[in-house]
Design a protein around this ligand. Sequence first.
Ligand code: SF4
Ligand code: SF4
Length: 199
Amino acid sequence: MLNDKQFRFECENCGRCCIDKETIVNITFFDIKRIYSKLKLTIDELIHILGFYIFDKPLSQDTLLKMVISPIITEKGFAFLGLRKLENNYCFFFDKEEKKCRIYEIRPDICRIFPFSFEYKDKDVINIIYSKKAKQYCIGINNDAPTINKNKLKALALEFSKILKKNEEIISDWNNILSKKKRKLSIRDFIEYILKLEF
Ligand code: SF4
Ligand code: SF4
């Protein structure tokens, strides 16, 4: 079931969503594996394109539950996994001359669903909304933009929900492994762990 709202959107390629200083480009393990294999990266190169964003204060259980993608545990505390951001806040893959994504065909799922956000109310109810960030700066949302096909949005929402669910399982497994290990695990251990997973 979907909400009845009509959604209008057509990307104007302004690039704002790729350079927003307050946005982390969250990635799932599916994104990591896809980018790693399609770009034929080495593990060092993969580590270089990733960012581990550490919280400077402890997170409450309530806050953790509200997060779409959970953080992983690191020896420095909770960290969100995303694409590296450059000094000017540009996403690592944003081409500032051409003002476009350099990996558009294999971009992370979170970029694919933007400017939408999905609320999974229960098993069969998906509430589709424009994301808060999109409402602030996405010029592709306007009254002249074409209406988005609801069935396509629903299919995207369902696909994203499955990806998130599996991703959360992987994060939970990794966090459990980490809490049982005697020695500290490095980022390289983490990358090697997820690259070995079959999904
Ligand atoms: S902010 Fe909106 S219009 Fe601009 S590039 Fe991102 S999706 Fe497209
Ligand atoms: S991966 Fe591409 S679409 Fe996503 S934020 Fe980076 S440049 Fe933009």
